[in-house]
Design a protein around this ligand. Structure first.
Ligand code: B16
Ligand code: MG
Length: 217
């Protein structure tokens, strides 16, 4: 049976993906090139330094590690400026209702985010106490699509991978959940999230009963 739901943060609970994109785009622009929204799909769920490497390759640039650290820190500063103004109003539609159903169904919950800023964001939106376990970028060594962030969540909740459902908006995150042996609900477009077991536009159009029925087949 399904015992736990594991949630990505950016793009599932809150729309910080747009702020990551704005900050990366500003960095690319300063380096003399641009990144499109379509290109940005490749960065979702990918760690800060891996994202920078993908962006630099896109701009045809190679830089020494020291310079890369500097650019990553700059991007993070711009990102923090953007997210520092977030409040509980920024929680995505349907999240509150979905979480009350989750708790009523006695399911365990974990956050599975590769963001080092995840605890700060949960604090800002008032959801620090909503999860039984929190796995963030400071607790893992490999970003998505590696399954580490979700397998650690399952381990902390003391459940098996086949007892977990993952909720993800990113291609890399869906792949991470599948590689971890979990049922994956993709939130977004079925044309993009092709590996997901079930795709919906957002948590707003899903109920916990729907998900449990489909994941238990
Ligand atoms: P940070 P998630 C990921 O979070 C974001 O999707 C990705 O765009 C970002 O680069 C990564 O976190 C690292 O974030 O720079 O804040 O440590 O989708 O796994 O919640
Ligand atoms: Mg995400």
């Amino acid at each position: 049976p399904i015992k736990a739901f594991l949630f990505d943060l950016d793009g599932v609970i809150v729309d910080t993906a747009i702020y990551h994109y704005q900050a990366w785009r500003r960095l690319a622009n300063e380096l003399g090139f641009d990144i499109s929204e379509e290109f940005n799909e490749r960065l979702k769920g990918v760690s800060r330094m891996d994202s920078l490497d993908i962006i630099l390759a896109h701009g045809g640039m190679t830089l020494p590690d020291e310079k890369k650290e500097e650019l990553a820190a700059q991007k993070n500063q711009w990102y923090l400026d953007l997210v520092s103004r977030m409040t509980s109003d920024d929680i995505l539609p349907g999240v509150a209702t979905f979480f009350s159903q989750v708790h009523k169904a006695n399911l365990l919950t974990a956050l599975g985010s590769v963001s080092k800023n995840a605890p700060m964001i949960l604090e800002r939106i008032g959801m620090s106490d909503a999860f039984d376990a929190i796995i963030d970028g400071t607790k893992i060594s490999k970003g998505k699509p590696d399954p580490e962030v979700f397998t650690k969540g399952a381990a902390e909740l003391e459940v098996d991978p086949d007892e977990c459902v993952v909720f993800e908006d990113a291609v890399a995150g869906v792949e991470a959940g599948k590689r971890g042996g979990m049922f994956v609900v993709g939130l977004g477009s079925p044309d993009v999230l092709t590996q997901a077991d079930l795709v919906a536009a957002s948590l707003d159009v899903l109920t916990v009963d729907d998900v449990l029925a489909k994941a238990s087949v």
